[in-house]
Design a protein around this ligand. Structure first.
Ligand SMILES: Cc1cc2nc3c(=O)[nH]c(=O)nc-3n(C[C@H](O)[C@H](O)[C@H](O)COP(=O)(O)OP(=O)(O)OC[C@H]3O[C@@H](n4cnc5c(N)ncnc54)[C@H](O)[C@@H]3O)c2cc1C
Length: 322
């Protein structure tokens, strides 16, 4: 029985989280064909990358209504493909879109859906372990019936190549009703990001309420700049209007997996940690040695960020002779 993975892409690049979902799919049934479902023109250009990651067939759904995003229409395309291929499992990355589309597929197709899975043993019923409460709780669940629908928690598995050939491409045009076009994105407003994006940064320097104000972020920006990293923040900061929501790390912000996460003046609420627990190392700068973020820290400096952060920047400049 084949498996189907919903593939997200940015321009010609397959989203890293979709490649992770494909790697997860390959562990479910050995020898099963992994089919990709990609949306919109241009998707065919991803066939060789997807093939290298083990996708044997790429189904490209094309329709002028898809651009830039129409979740129910994408769900309808997925349902058409499911009816044609009768897959055992349908997967997507645990992104906002992946979760939204599969939830809609589940509703249309009347099937159970498990979001943000980290492990699965395969089989029927399909046993999964999945994240709840922004990752602070792991739940064991069973999905009965086929196809099982699941999304893969970001960074639960690494993307990996399978040395496959370029995926065989087939395009199709789903039949869409006016109701399926009722929800559509009609405009994208690009926010300006200076330098590297929060999602891609190897180093993220984040500030919390402890920064004290929007101006308090000057020292955070300076350190991020010196380290070639991105600036992040907690929700307390976005709620106060000190930084835009695009900078927010956490359950309702961006989920990141940098090499180093430097959390300054952040207490470490579970909703915040849900966004940064993929970091390889966490360095905390906080005045409170009892702050809950200390339990997740690899290194901690107990002190006022307004003194510690500029001191780190000065030491970095001195070490570089700049
Ligand atoms: C449904 C829901 C979703 C949420 N989603 C998110 C999310 O996505 N991301 C998120 O971040 N939060 C989220 N939250 C909010 C979360 O629960 C916390 O309220 C928030 O993370 C707290 O932000 P903070 O750590 O900056 O502030 P506080 O909890 O107020 O912590 C401030 C910290 O700064 C330290 N400090 C103070 N002054 C200094 C100083 N001068 N130098 C050094 N340290 C200092 C203090 O010791 C303290 O530890 C969510 C909440 C809910 C209910």
């Amino acid at each position: 029985m084949p498996l189907v993975v919903l593939v997200e892409r940015h321009a010609d690049e397959v989203d890293e989280l979709s490649l992770q979902a494909i790697a997860f799919a390959r562990t479910l049934q050995s020898g099963a064909d992994v089919h990709g479902l990609a949306i919109g023109e241009g998707s065919t250009r991803t066939a060789s990358v997807l093939g290298a990651h083990g996708v044997s067939h790429l189904h490209v759904a094309e329709h002028e209504a898809f651009a830039p995003y129409a979740p129910q229409a994408v769900a309808r395309a997925a349902v058409e493909l499911i009816e044609r291929l009768a897959p055992g499992v349908v997967l997507a990355a645990g992104t906002e879109r992946g979760n939204e589309v599969l939830a809609r597929v589940a509703a249309v197709h009347n099937r159970p859906f498990a979001a943000n899975c980290t492990e699965s043993t395969g089989g029927d019923p399909l046993r999964v372990i999945r994240q709840r409460w922004g990752g602070s709780l792991l739940e064991e669940a069973e999905l009965s019936g086929e196809p099982a629908l699941l999304t893969v928690a970001p960074h639960a598995v690494a993307a990996s190549q399978a040395n496959g050939r370029s995926a065989e491409v087939e395009t199709f045009r789903p039949t869409l009703s006016p109701e399926e076009l009722a929800v559509r994105v009609i405009e994208h407003v690009q926010t300006e990001t200076k330098g590297v994006s929060l999602e891609d940064a190897k180093v993220v320097v984040s500030g919390g309420r402890g920064t004290g104000s929007a101006e308090g972020f000057a020292v955070i920006e300076e350190l991020a700049d010196l380290l070639g990293g991105a600036v992040g923040c907690s929700r307390a900061v976005t709620m106060a209007g000190w930084r835009p929501h695009t900078d927010q790390v956490g359950q309702t912000g961006t989920k990141i997996a940098p090499d180093v996460y430097i959390a300054c003046g952040i207490s470490g609420a579970t909703q915040h940690m849900a966004g940064c627990k993929g970091a390889k190392k966490i360095l905390v700068i906080n005045t409170d040695p009892e702050a809950s973020i200390m339990t997740g820290a690899d290194y901690a400096v107990i002190g006022d960020l307004h003194e510690v952060v500029p001191a780190v920047s000065t030491a970095l400049r001195k070490a570089r002779g700049t």
